[in-house]
Design a protein around this ligand. Structure first.
Ligand SMILES: [Zn+2]
Length: 146
């Protein structure tokens, strides 16, 4: 037990309630052996509350991973990205029509602009593209025959 819990003065639940306190401390162990403060509200020991909160959140994470993002921050950048890519994939699988229509509409609406932009980009990046494809095929070739 932490020191703060033992430094709490002894006070009965009734007394604590009368004083408007949220916690009380009898100095007696709970049924699980915690000598800790208890909540005036329900008489539950804080030691027990802490343990059940820990268990609860562990269960919550296990059962509903998509609802809890906190664990993501313990992961590497790569894992996080994979997670979000997976989420996006699931969303698309769930609403395929919506995404198809959106993509089509977006394309139709911006068709000429997109094509023009693409053309310009290809022309101004011809050398880069050629180098990229050369690299790509050379690497592929090398990796196959090495
Ligand atoms: Zn307890």
């Amino acid at each position: 037990m932490a020191d703060e819990e033992h430094s709490t003065p002894l006070i009965s639940r009734q007394e604590a309630k009368a004083q408007g306190l949220k916690r009380y401390f009898t100095g007696k162990p709970c049924k699980h052996g915690h000598v800790a403060e208890r909540l005036v509200l329900d008489g539950n020991c804080l030691g027990c509350a802490r343990i059940s909160a820990k268990k609860g959140s562990a269960n919550y994470r296990k059962n509903r991973p998509e609802k809890v993002n906190a664990w993501l921050y313990e992961k590497s950048e790569e894992d996080r990205r994979a997670f979000w890519a997976d989420q996006a994939r699931k969303q698309r699988a769930k609403f395929p029509e919506k995404h198809k229509q959106y993509g089509k509409k977006h394309y139709e609406r911006n068709k000429s602009e997109l094509l023009a932009r693409n053309k310009i980009w290809v022309q101004s990046n011809k050398d880069k593209l050629n180098a990229y494809y050369r690299d790509y095929f050379e690497n592929k070739y090398i990796s196959i025959f090495q």
